[in-house]
Design a protein. Structure first.
Length: 345
């Protein structure tokens, strides 16, 4: 259903911008990220250029969906690739080798999309911003995505308990692991405490400077490769489109574009330090994108108490705030002693 009933493109534009600005303004600057820096990871100092044949395969696999900013629709890009391929390769390889993303490839048209099927289409808060990127932008991102994924996999840098955005992982694998751990714990203890964390507009509040720091310190991205990611975020712009009407253009001050190729993977990298907190406290966890399940058996004789669980959660909350991620305090908390856990919810 068309979202035009919820307002015009400019109203959506202002809502999306003001929502993120309000979330960040509500977060105090007094929180300090206390997670220790990891040992120096293997480095990726430059991005490899791609051959004509590699580019041809990527173009053939590109989805047919396009962007209002495309000069040619994707099907024509594919049909004309024998003629346009060399020029396209020059643009992409020039960006990879110099660490500079052309301004024309840092634009997006946002389409307001209902968060849940059946939600009231007249309520503007029921929509999330989904970015549509030009064909060439998606192609460039795909090239970088493949190299970043290879680096993470070869260097064993993926969070083991992150099931989002990873080949061979899904909501089913996340649910299976959490349920299996809980059943095993119940064989040894009488109770298990489970806390489900929900983040508000998580993709949209990502701090670019912090993300670049995580790319360097946690993933080993350096040199012209890091320059490329810095350029990727510098002076990005977007507008909102409803029907045939475009809003004014806005700079993307925060966040990773939802709907982009790199966005989900970059968000997973943004969350990498979280695992250190859970492991320090001996608390089990599992992530699927921005959804986080924290759970622990309650066995006082084994050192698993509600107090240690609360201590871990409080440190997680502090870390989230220091990284401009807003925890929805209405997330559900399940515990055999709800009164001891009330401050978490």
């Amino acid at each position: 259903m068309s979202p035009t009933a919820a307002g015009n493109s400019e109203a959506f534009h202002r809502f999306f911008v003001d929502k993120v600005s309000g979330i960040r303004a509500a977060i105090s600057g007094n929180f300090i990220d206390t997670v220790p820096r990891p040992p120096s990871p293997p480095t990726l100092c430059s991005l490899n250029t791609v051959s004509y044949s590699e580019l041809s395969k990527l173009v053939a696999r590109q989805k047919p969906s396009g962007s209002p900013l495309d000069v040619l629709p994707p099907r024509l890009w594919k049909a004309a690739f024998p003629c346009l391929g060399p020029s396209l390769g020059q643009i992409i390889n020039g960006s990879l080798s110099t660490g500079v993303v052309p301004a024309a490839l840092k634009t997006a048209v946002v389409r307001p999309t209902l968060k849940k099927p059946g939600a009231d289409v007249s309520v503007i808060a029921n929509y999330r911003p989904i970015s549509t990127l030009p064909f060439t932008s998606k192609l460039l991102e795909k090239v970088v995505y493949q190299q970043l994924v290879s680096h993470l996999a070869d260097s064993d840098l993926f969070e083991v308990f992150q099931s989002g955005f990873r080949s061979g992982h899904s909501t089913e694998s996340a649910l299976l692991r959490v349920l299996n751990d809980i059943y095993l714990s119940l064989d040894q203890c009488t109770s298990v405490v489970l806390l489900l964390l929900d983040l508000t507009a998580a993709f949209d509040t990502v701090d670019h400077a912090i993300l670049l720091d995580h790319l360097e310190r946690w993933v080993g991205i350096k040199g012209s490769a890091l320059d490329w990611f810095r350029s990727y975020f510098h002076n990005r712009t977007f507008c909102v489109k409803l029907g045939d009407v475009f809003s004014s253009w806005e700079g993307l001050r925060w966040g990773v574009p939802q709907g982009s190729i790199l966005g989900p993977l970059l968000f997973a990298i943004y969350l990498l330090p979280l695992g250190s907190i859970f492991r320090k406290h001996g608390i089990s966890f599992h992530l699927y994108a921005d959804d986080c399940q924290i759970y622990s058996p309650l066995c006082q004789e084994k050192g698993h108490s509600i107090q240690s669980f609360v201590s871990c959660v409080n440190e997680v909350k502090s870390w989230l705030m220091s990284n401009y991620l807003h925890l929805n305090e209405g997330a559900h908390c399940f515990s055999p002693q709800q009164q001891e856990c009330g401050s978490l919810c």
